[in-house]
Design a protein around this ligand. Structure first.
Ligand SMILES: [Zn+2]
Length: 576
């Protein structure tokens, strides 16, 4: 007989069995009891928190003819078939593997047929954020005109990646991380019913390591059980959960608290080598420092057994830094966490972070400080350089490989030009083939392209517009250096290139320029290409509104050339 994983055997079959999501399941149950069923739901939340389980229970509850108090009976033919995944009217789609437009079009074609066996046809689309833009658009069409007796349940770990147009048409439910206490209780319940022995401390270690995912908790418990011959022991739990990480965090914390930035950088490398990503590392560190703070306040506030560390560890940690310093650390961590959301190079931010944390304690008189400050300046400069790099992106970029940052460059920070470095070559490449017709076309399609981006991206682009275009390129002006910096740091340019390709039907490189520098860039380009130079062509800081623009006689060949490339309304800007 084959072994069945705990999380499968113990998958909740009734709303009341879904752990740690009281509000969500009560609301869903009430919807069923009062028969107020929406045609589309979004279940959002971290992995392993019961989203797809709740979706299947909901599918059963709406279709079960013997339901009681909003719960499915789990006995009738319909319930059994849904539990076993054998009811044709309940369709589970994993968008992570079916991300094509085709699959969703397939839904569109079939959705209009009435359910064959059950009362409601239920589509459960897991990891829905993985759908392509085209697939989202196809889905949107279906959600706009929902056929009768069809329910969509969209599940996602990353709701921010779902277009607002979809979000506005669904009822949203947020699933929360499961508390260590809830995970602990559930494991206890399962082990008791299986009559297995366990050390409670071991369960705490597992509950904590699962980090809010019930499925993860049960998977770890499975591993520990196989390891320990059906007895759950602390030593094995520690081994399986890799509480090594906790030890490394402790080491890292003590190092930054002691101002040893080099050692701390090495430790951080070890943590990341275990496969943790940068955001996770920061989250873990915040939780860790919060525990230390609580322990300082009163050891009774921390369930030490649940942290994977010992009382001795905590006693040592609590001595290492003042409460004031701990708060500063958390502030710094929050700041960096926020900044990191826009970068494709988190490792550099983490290095800056480590140096900043190490620096917090050192007093200004300390000779080490000067050196550290220099290091920070250099690292921050690297961040800036990295942010500039993706300023020009091919529409179909190769996945960015591991691109180690240059270490410790000795260069001084670049002058006062802000941190955005213009890629003039890329801009000129577009300008060399720019036509008015291409620009007009892209200006017309601009709104459509923006509507394909997510909310955050659209807001970054709110002050931007295409200012020149060729058949295979476009120059975008950005409202401010700040936005440009953010945009260049993330994958916005890339997304924009994709969106433009989608609406215009042809691939284009995207080059970006700051709005305030565009008139000068354009003028320089025309001059460089041999158009007559104007007498007063020096770049003027005078804003457009300062003086009414003098219309040039159309005979001016420079104006004529500019008009041909960029359209008449663009030309007035460069007149002083
Ligand atoms: Zn039933």
């Amino acid at each position: 007989m084959s072994y069945q994983a705990l999380y499968r055997v113990w998958r909740p079959q009734r709303f009341s069995e879904v752990v740690g999501q009281q509000l969500v399941v009560t609301t869903l149950k009430n919807a069923i009891i009062t028969n107020q069923i929406s045609h589309a739901y979004l279940f959002a939340g971290p992995r392993g928190t019961g989203k797809t389980s709740a979706a299947k229970i909901f599918a059963k509850a709406v279709n079960c003819h013997h339901k009681q108090d909003g719960e499915p009976c789990n006995q009738c033919a319909t319930c059994t078939a849904i539990t076993n995944g054998q009811l044709a009217d309940v369709i589970e789609i994993d968008a992570a593997s079916n991300n094509g437009v085709e699959q969703i079009r397939d839904i569109r074609d079939k959705v209009k047929y009435a359910p064959t066996e059950a009362d409601y046809k239920v589509y459960i689309i897991d990891e829905v954020h993985m759908l392509s833009t085209g697939a989202f658009n196809a889905l949107l069409k279906t959600l706009e005109e929902p056929p009768a007796n069809v329910i969509f349940i969209l599940a996602t770990t990353e709701p921010h990646k779902i277009p607002l147009t979809i979000i506005s048409r669904v009822q949203r439910f947020d699933f929360h991380r499961i508390s260590a206490q809830d995970a602990f209780n559930r494991m206890k319940e399962i082990l008791d019913s299986k009559q297995l022995e366990y050390e409670e401390k071991a369960l705490w270690v597992i509950a904590n390591a699962a980090e809010g995912g019930m499925r993860d908790a049960l998977s770890i418990l499975d591993q520990v059980l196989s390891f320990s011959k059906n007895r759950v022991e602390l030593a094995d739990a520690l081994l399986v959960t890799g509480s090594v990480t906790k030890q490394l965090l402790k080491e890292y914390f003590l190092q930054v608290a002691g101002g040893e930035s080099a050692a701390a950088l090495a430790t951080m490398g070890k943590v990341l080598a275990q496969g943790k990503d940068g955001q996770r590392f920061i989250e873990d560190l915040i939780a860790f420092i919060r525990d230390v703070l609580l322990y300082q306040e009163s050891p009774a506030l921390v369930t030490v057994a649940a942290t994977g560390l010992s009382e001795d560890d905590f006693a040592q940690l609590a001595q290492a830094a003042s409460a004031h310093r701990l708060y500063s650390m958390i502030d710094t961590l929050n700041e960096v966490q926020e900044e990191m959301r826009f970068t494709t190079h988190p490792d550099v931010y983490l290095e800056v972070l480590t140096v900043r944390l190490s620096q917090l304690k050192a007093s200004a008189a300390d000779p080490v400080v000067a050196k550290l400050q220099e290091e920070v300046a250099q690292l921050q400069q690297q961040v800036t350089q990295l942010q500039q790099r993706p300023a020009v992106v091919q529409p179909a970029p190769a996945p960015a490989g591991p691109n180690p940052a240059p270490r410790r460059t000795a260069a001084k920070p670049a002058g006062n030009h802000g941190s955005f470095r213009l890629n003039l070559k890329a801009v000129y490449q577009v300008l060399d083939h720019a036509t008015r017709a291409d620009l007009t076309k892209l200006q017309d399609l601009w709104g459509d392209a923006l509507s394909l981006l997510d909310n955050a991206q659209t807001s970054l682009l709110s002050l931007s517009k295409p200012v020149a275009a060729s058949p295979d390129g476009v120059v975008i002006s950005y409202g401010s250096g700040f936005l440009l910096e953010k945009a260049a740091g993330g994958n916005l340019t890339e997304s924009l290139a994709k969106a433009l390709e989608q609406v215009s039907g042809s691939a284009r490189t995207v080059a970006v320029v700051p709005t305030e520098r565009w008139p000068k860039i354009r003028q320089d380009f025309l001059t460089a290409r041999g158009y007559p130079k104007k007498e007063s062509s020096a770049p003027s800081p005078t804003p457009q509104s300062a003086a009414p623009a003098q219309p040039k006689p159309a005979a001016d060949p420079l104006v004529a050339a500019a008009e041909q490339l960029f359209g008449a309304d663009g030309v007035t800007v460069e007149d002083n």
